[in-house]
Design a protein around this ligand. Structure first.
Ligand SMILES: Nc1ncnc2c1ncn2[C@@H]1O[C@H](COP(=O)(O)OP(=O)(O)O)[C@@H](O)[C@H]1O
Ligand SMILES: [Mg+2]
Length: 287
């Protein structure tokens, strides 16, 4: 069996603290990619709704600062965004709004140029507030921006788990490799999940996963877990146009079934306690 295929019952994270999950605050899962436009926001939005359907309390944190799309895909118009947190005195709890199925949504703000390149003080403040965000949620899903700038790396490094979205396009793979390489070299994550989006069929998805897995396996010390693949499907873009997530409008579509598979896999996962000095390391590297 290929190294990246999750074996049955394999835990996504090492179990360290099983008993009292609340001690750790919400479990943060970042959805990231090397290249833009690969489907991070569509996947985050539908995954969060699926986790809510499964009974989890979830917050969707739109960390694509200044280019927030998650709220648009959900048909929401939040009155405040991270802008008011970063440039005003509101807290994350203040700006979070209710979305469908009881999810909470933190808007990344849109059309705000200064958000795309935060200065050091604001980046640190945001990371600190993120680390302290502690409502009663079980999961906080971060829709990160593409690429390898400090804004995104801070979140990806700080999250307990990372899902990298790739498509079969060669540029998506090389950019994903660049991102995974940083995570591996800074020893930020021992493993990452991979979702192959926009595949023509299962074979293409597996070939794509094989390519990225071969490259990382040869050169990097990091484990890849294949979380699933989503077909190229008009439905996904139609859902965006109608601002009605496909998991709600077409729950039996292949894309929805795939999202459900990923959500089940995540729901099985267990928590691990951040090592001592974790936050100062993150602040030092990416703050
Ligand atoms: N599985 C898919 N099938 C067809 N089109 C898709 C699929 N996933 C994403 N897209 C298209 O790609 C575009 C970018 O998706 P989005 O979720 O906004 O990506 P990102 O957040 O990574 O920039 C969307 O407008 C959508 O039309
Ligand atoms: Mg996006």
């Amino acid at each position: 069996m290929k190294q990246w295929l999750p074996s049955t019952g394999q835990k996504y994270r090492e179990t360290v603290l099983k008993k009292d999950k609340t001690l750790l605050g919400p479990r943060a899962i970042a959805v990231a990619s090397g290249k833009g436009g690969v489907g991070k926001t569509s996947i985050s939005v539908n995954l969060v709704l699926c986790l809510a359907i499964m009974g989890n309390k979830v917050t969707l944190f739109d960390a694509d600062l200044g280019l927030a799309n998650a709220e648009v895909m959900l048909g929401l118009i939040p009155p405040y965004s991270l802008y008011e947190v970063l440039y005003g005195d509101m807290t994350l709890e203040d700006i979070a709004v209710d979305g469908p199925l009881g999810i909470r949504v933190i808007s990344g703000g849109s059309g705000l140029l200064e958000m795309a390149n935060l200065d050091r003080t604001r980046r640190q403040r945001l990371l600190r507030m993120f680390s302290q965000y502690n409502n009663q949620d079980e999961i906080i899903m971060i829709d990160a921006s593409a690429g390898i700038n400090k804004n995104v790396l801070g979140f990806v490094a700080a999250a307990e788990e990372v899902i990298i979205v790739v498509t079969p396009e060669p540029t998506s793979l090389t950019d994903a490799y660049a991102l995974i390489k940083i995570l591996a070299n800074f020893k930020l994550h021992a493993e990452v999940g991979v979702v192959v989006n926009r595949a023509g069929d299962r074979r293409e998805a597996m070939r794509t996963m094989g390519r990225i897995s071969n490259a990382t396996g040869r050169f990097l010390d990091i484990k890849l877990n294949f979380l699933g693949w989503i077909p190229e499907d008009k439905l996904v873009s139609q859902a965006i146009k109608s601002q009605q997530p496909f998991i709600l409008s077409n729950p039996n579509s292949p894309a929805s079934k795939s999202i459900a598979g990923i959500a089940e896999y995540l729901a099985e996962g267990t928590r691990s306690v951040p090592k001592e000095g974790f936050w100062s390391k993150i602040m030092g590297l990416f703050g």
